[in-house]
Design a protein around this ligand. Structure first.
Ligand SMILES: Cc1cc2nc3c(=O)[nH]c(=O)nc-3n(C[C@H](O)[C@H](O)[C@H](O)COP(=O)(O)OP(=O)(O)OC[C@H]3O[C@@H](n4cnc5c(N)ncnc54)[C@H](O)[C@@H]3O)c2cc1C
Length: 418
C-alpha cells in the first residue's frame, strides 16, 4: 500500500454486525478513516447477536450436498426436524431453490467445501489477532464443540466425516461411553459422535461484538446510527451513501448488511441471489450445571450452547424471507427438542428470530463489486458468519489496501452470478 495516500483514505462500512465491525476495526488498525453506519445499535437484534456462538472452523461441509435433496421432503414433514417453509414465500424463493438444486452435485459440493475450508482454516488465528487487544476472559471459552447422532443418521454423518478427513480437518470420533463422560447429563439417546476439541464458543456474542466495536471507536473510528437507503457514485467513482439524514462521500465503501445486503446490491446492477435461512433461539435459565460445552444433536438439527443468559437452544432453517413474523411452531419445536435431551428443563424465556444470509452455493460474497471498483462486499456467510468475521475483515482490508492475501479469492466474487 502507498502509506501516504492510503492512510488518509476514507471508507464507509454499512452494517455493524460481526462482519461490519471486524472489517471496520481491521481497517482503522491499518490507518484508514472509517465510518461505520447501522440503522440499529451494533449487534442489537441481528444474526450476530442471537447466533449459537460457535467458532466452528471445522465446518467446511456445506448444505449443498447430493443427499440433502433426497432428505428434504421427509425433513419438511417431520415435527421434530429443522426444516420449515413459510408457504406465502415459496414462490418468491423458486429461483433460489433452482440455483441451489444445481449446486447439489458432488463436484459443486466439493468446490464449496474446499473454499470454505480455505477461509475457515484461518478464522481462529484471525480472531486471535483482534482479541489480543481486548479482554475476552469469561466471554470466549475453548472447550470444544460436540456433535452426536443415532444410528438412523449414520449415512449423512459418514459423508461429512470423510470429506473433513480429505480436507485435513482434525476430528475426534466418540463412542457413546465417551460422549457420556464428556456430557453426563444428556439423555443417552445417541449411538455416536464427534468432538472438535480446538473449537471455541462465545458466552455472549453481543458482548464480544461490542468489545470489538468499542476498540474500533477507541482507535478513531466513527459510528452513525442511520439507515443506508441508497448508493450512488461521483464522477470520479467515489461512493456516496444516502441515509435518511445525510449524504456521505467516501473513497471506498463496503456493504456488510448480512441478509439485508441485497436491497443495496440490486441498486448497483448486480444480480446476487441472496436470500435468508431464518433461525431461532430460546434460553433456559438456572440449568447451567447440565452442560459444559456446546452440543448439537444432528438428527434433529439443533444445538444448545451454555451462555451467560443460560442455556441457549438454537436451530431451524426456515425459508420465509425477511418480513414474515416469527413462527410459534418453530419455538415449540426448539422447546420440545431441548426437553427431549434434558427432561428436567422447565420454562424458557426470550424467543428470538434471526436471519442467516445465504447464497445458493453456500459460499459468501467477499470482494469488489462487479461494476464499481471502489465498492466492496462482505455478506452471505450463512451458518458460519460469526466464525468468519475476523478473517473476512482481514481479507477486505487487504483488498482495499491493495495488498496480496496469497488466497484464491475468485470463488467468493460476485462475478460468479453474472
Ligand atoms: C439461529 C442462528 C444461529 C447461528 N449460529 C452460528 C454459529 O454458531 N456460528 C457461526 O459462525 N455463525 C452462526 N450463525 C450465522 C451468523 O450469525 C451470521 O452469518 C452472521 O451473524 C452474519 O453477520 P453479518 O454481520 O453479515 O450480518 P448481521 O449480523 O445480520 O448484521 C447486519 C447489520 O446490518 C444492518 N443493516 C442492514 N441493512 C441496513 C441498512 N440499509 N442501513 C444500515 N444498516 C443496515 C443491520 O441492522 C445489522 O446490524 C447463526 C445464525 C443464526 C440465525
Amino acid at each position: 500500500m502507498n502509506e501516504d495516500v492510503e492512510s488518509k483514505s476514507s471508507v464507509g462500512v454499512i452494517g455493524a454486525g460481526i462482519q461490519g465491525v471486524c472489517i471496520s476495526l481491521s481497517l482503522v488498525k491499518k490507518g484508514f478513516k472509517v465510518t461505520l453506519i447501522d440503522r440499529e445499535e451494533p449487534g442489537k437484534e441481528s444474526a450476530s447477536y442471537g447466533n449459537a456462538g460457535h467458532f466452528s472452523s471445522y465446518a467446511s461441509v456445506p448444505f449443498n450436498r447430493p443427499d440433502v435433496l433426497v432428505d428434504v421432503p421427509s425433513m419438511l414433514f417431520s415435527s421434530t426436524g429443522p426444516l420449515s417453509l413459510k408457504w406465502n414465500y415459496v414462490y418468491k424463493m423458486i429461483p433460489w431453490f433452482l440455483k441451489f438444486t444445481k449446486q447439489c452435485s458432488k463436484k459443486n459440493m466439493m468446490h464449496t467445501a474446499k473454499y470454505m475450508h480455505q477461509i475457515l482454516d484461518l478464522a481462529i488465528p484471525a480472531y486471535d489477532e483482534l482479541f489480543s487487544d481486548i479482554d475476552i476472559s469469561g466471554l470466549v471459552e475453548s472447550k470444544g464443540i460436540l456433535y452426536f447422532w443415532t444410528k438412523k443418521d449414520l449415512k449423512s454423518r459418514e459423508l461429512e466425516i470423510n470429506i473433513r478427513n480429505e480436507l485435513g480437518v482434525k476430528q475426534q470420533l466418540l463412542t457413546p461411553h465417551e460422549i457420556h463422560d464428556l456430557e453426563p447429563h444428556i439423555k443417552k439417546i445417541y449411538h455416536g459422535g464427534v468432538l472438535y476439541p480446538y473449537a471455541r464458543h462465545a458466552r455472549n456474542p453481543r458482548k464480544v461484538l461490542l468489545k470489538l466495536f468499542n476498540l474500533f471507536l477507541k482507535r478513531g473510528g466513527h459510528f452513525k446510527r442511520e439507515n443506508a437507503q441508497s448508493i450512488s457514485f461521483t464522477s470520479d467513482n467515489k461512493p456516496v451513501i444516502k441515509t435518511g439524514l445525510n449524504y456521505y462521500t467516501f473513497d471506498k465503501a463496503v456493504i456488510a448488511c448480512g441478509a439485508f445486503s441485497k436491497k443495496l446490491t440490486d441498486q448497483v446492477d448486480e444480480k446476487i441471489p441472496l436470500d435468508t435461512e431464518r433461525g431461532y433461539h430460546i434460553h433456559f435459565k438456572g440449568h447451567d450445571h447440565l452442560l459444559s460445552r456446546p452440543v448439537i444433536f444432528l438428527n434433529r438439527g439443533f444445538g444448545i450452547t451454555p451462555m451467560e443468559q443460560g442455556l441457549r437452544v438454537v436451530g431451524t432453517v426456515e425459508f420465509g424471507g425477511l418480513n414474515n413474523p416469527a413462527s410459534k411452531k418453530r419455538i415449540l419445536n426448539l422447546v420440545n427438542n431441548a426437553k427431549y435431551l434434558f427432561p428436567e428443563l422447565t420454562d424458557h424465556y426470550d424467543e428470538w428470530l434471526g436471519f442467516r444470509p445465504t447464497l445458493p452455493d453456500f459460499l459468501p460474497v467477499i470482494g469488489p463489486s462487479k461494476n464499481y471498483k471502489n465498492l466492496f462486499y462482505s455478506f452471505g456467510h450463512h451458518h458460519l458468519g460469526w466464525t468468519l468475521g475476523a478473517i473476512s475483515g482481514k481479507i477486505i482490508t487487504r483488498m482495499i489496501a491493495g495488498e496480496n492475501t496469497n488466497l484464491d479469492l475468485v470463488p467468493y466474487s460476485s462475478l460468479r452470478f453474472s
